[in-house]
Design a protein around this ligand. Structure first.
Ligand code: GTP
Ligand code: SPV
Ligand code: MN
Length: 621
């Protein structure tokens, strides 16, 4: 591997918000404590005893409900404040020195002005609370693709979640002492307590900041206790800050799942797939194939870091240690592996509570229980559901260790990672985008990634269902200009060995018929599409000689008979509709792509302009 275990030295740029006297973690913690003025400072070690102590404390404080020990061993339910249920993209800032470096799709703020604002906001923000210092590694400790950080937080819920989602360990501090680059991340719920104040179960603040300083590689988050706003190893570090590190160092940090597919012949392939939030990454990551003979092993469900190795292949790890997955829609029929993963040791957030101390959400079972306590703590009956009030919040989540997933690959935490054979892009599209297509080249694949659009889901604020652009599923997660991200992908592609370079595909499980129903059964049946993708990889390597694909204006489509739909009983015409490419709507979509691209001005890489022209040409214009 080109990435050796040699230390990656810290960047020299000065910190933006607090400036410690020296480069040590201790000096930085002291500065943050002097600013936020907590009652106590606790250095975390990641131990099971520490986690249990925090869990017990949160049950006592009313932040967590302990679930029935027999039904759901060692598991808990958190109910957030009803205003703090998803990521807040409108308050997510990229504070690069130059606005052009944040690009037109990020909220840019001047770093010095933001630093001054944050110093005011964080002034005394932890009064009456405990400041926890959480040293963590993204990726296996000391691994060649891994990175480390330290999160300061005043939320025990965040500490416990970091225990599950990252590797929390004191050993991280030794790596930093030895000179390893690290990301300082500060989080406060923004709810200081005066001396006689009674705390609330879910403290937070109406004013929120999720601020990133890409040059000094710092994160400052204020006002929210929820998921991607508060677990700073996840979106803030592993995507926004890591994407900047990756740009500078020649690797990729992406919003992708990672799986190993094993063909009936026993050949192993690794697939990385980018889908926007709540569009099926966890489901595909835990795919249980309906096609006989095929097997899928889980490696990751949300984030992938990939580095070119010495042979010119792209090697990938999942930098996380757990799953923070969408609960609604997760059921025995749709994702039995996830349901099995959730049988013990889970923290649920914003799902419903059953009368016998277990959890429920829409889609877990076909019928709702007769009575529930909903995610807000109110009484709930199926009549409320019928009236449009779901028992679980649509963005309710589970936090669970990856290691307890039945389909997890035995070597999932190998620090060296796995070689990626295919990259897949997908979105939620009712129209136009076929069930599956293969890109005509790397550059065409980058064009497919750059033009992903998707119907909005509940994972962030905004109107659910509205179509929005989400290039590479990274629109809310790229720490620098999206157009530069496309250039970076083009460059990384050029640096790879053409024989080992991943092939690129696009999928869409969500196409609908004129009557509004999904045309594709999805879930386990997606194995049929995965099998075609693997067949195409094998054709590319000369392992198969049959014709698998036909050319269409938007890419290669499965040739008649090449996609195995045996036993599916698809209604007449549905397969044709799933693979249909209609020139009229596609030309209109090309016009929209042109104006979307225009927003990036001359930062748009020339090859993508060429790809758009090529598409129009193939469409007959
Ligand atoms: P984040 O964690 O937000 O990044 O999202 P994710 O991509 O991991 O989302 P997840 O897999 O949890 O997506 C959940 C939603 O996608 C649920 O509503 C599922 O029912 C739906 N979904 C997943 N796979 C399929 C599929 O094959 N077909 C259909 N129709 N829906 C699907
Ligand atoms: C997403 O929104 O893409 C998530 C959930 O994976 S969160 O961690 O809240 O960002
Ligand atoms: Mn995600």
């Amino acid at each position: 591997m080109s990435a050796s275990t040699a230390l990656r030295p810290a960047p020299t740029r000065a910190r933006a918000v607090v400036v410690p006297g020296d480069s040590s973690v201790e000096a930085w913690v002291a500065e943050v404590a002097a600013l936020t003025r907590p009652d106590a400072v606790v250095w975390c070690d990641g131990s099971a005893a520490e986690k249990q102590r925090l869990l017990d404390g949160m049950v006592e404080a009313g932040t967590l409900v302990k679930l029935d020990e027999a039904k759901r061993p060692r598991s808990y339910l958190a109910r957030s404040h009803p205003s703090d249920v998803a990521r807040v993209e409108s308050r997510t800032f990229i504070c690069a020195e130059r606005a052009e470096d944040a690009g037109p799709t990020n909220n840019w703020r001047d770093p010095a002005l933001m630093a001054a604002e944050l110093r005011e906001v964080f002034d005394g923000s932890m009064r009456g609370r405990t400041l926890y210092v959480v040293p963590f590694s993204m990726g296996p400790l000391g691994g060649p693709i891994s990175q480390v950080g330290v999160e300061i937080t005043d939320s025990p819920y965040v500490v416990v979640s970091m225990h599950v989602m990252t590797r929390v360990s004191r050993y991280v501090l030794d790596l930093i002492d030895a000179g390893q680059q690290w990301v300082p991340a500060v989080h406060s719920v923004g709810a200081p307590l005066a001396r006689h104040d009674q705390d609330v179960p879910w403290p937070c603040n109406d004013t929120k900041y999720i601020a990133h300083f890409p040059e000094s590689r710092e994160i400052w988050s204020y006002g929210s206790g929820y998921g991607g706003n508060a677990l700073l190893g996840k979106k803030c570090f592993a995507l926004r800050i890591a994407s900047v590190m990756a740009r500078d160092e020649g690797w990729l940090a992406e919003h992708m799942l990672l799986v190993r597919v094993i063909s009936p012949e026993g050949r192993r392939y690794h697939l990385a797939a980018a889908f926007p939030s709540a569009c099926g990454k966890t489901n595909l990551a835990m795919l249980r194939p309906t096609l006989p003979g095929w097997d899928v092993e889980t490696l990751g469900d949300d984030i992938v870091w990939m580095r070119p190795d010495d042979d010119g292949a792209l090697r990938a790890i999942n930098p996380e240690a757990g799953f923070f997955g969408v609960a609604p829609g997760t059921g025995v029929d749709t994702n039995p592996t996830a349901v099995a993963t959730l049988s013990h040791d889970v923290v649920f957030t914003n799902v419903a509570l059953t009368d016998d101390g277990d959890v429920w959400w829409e889609g877990l079972t076909p019928e709702a229980p007769e009575h529930l306590t909903d995610w807000t703590g109110a009484n709930w009956t199926p009549a409320d559901g019928a009236a449009g009030r779901p028992a679980a919040h649509p963005n309710a989540r589970f936090t669970v260790a990856a290691a307890q997933c039945p389909s997890i690959a035995r070597d999932w935490d190998d620090p060296a990672g796995v070689p990626v054979d295919a990259v897949i892009f997908g979105g939620r599209r009712a129209t136009n985008v076929p069930l599956v297509t293969q890109a005509l080249s790397w550059d065409h694949g980058v064009f497919l990634g750059a033009t992903i659009s998707s119907e909005r889901t509940a994972a962030a604020e905004g109107t659910v269902g509205e179509l929005r652009r989400d290039p590479f599923a990274m629109m809310p997660f790229c720490g620098y200009s999206m157009a530069d991200h496309w250039s970076h992908w083009l460059e990384v592609g050029d640096s790879l060995n053409p024989a080992l370079r991943p092939r690129i595909f696009q999928v869409n499980w969500f196409r609908r018929g004129a009557d509004g129903r999904f045309l594709w059964p999805g879930f386990g049946e997606n194995s049929r599409v995965v099998a075609w993708i693997v067949d195409q990889l094998e054709r590319g390597r000369g392992l198969r000689s049959d014709a698998g694909a036909v050319l269409s204006p938007v890419g290669l489509l499965p040739a008649p008979g090449a996609l195995d739909v045996d036993g599916l009983d698809l209604p007449d015409g549905d397969l044709e509709a799933l693979l249909d490419v209609d020139a009229g709507p596609w030309l209109r979509e090309s016009d929209l792509t042109e104006s979307f691209f225009a927003g990036f001005g001359d930062r748009l890489p020339e090859p993508l302009r060429d790809q758009l022209e090529g598409l129009r040409h193939r469409l007959g214009h």
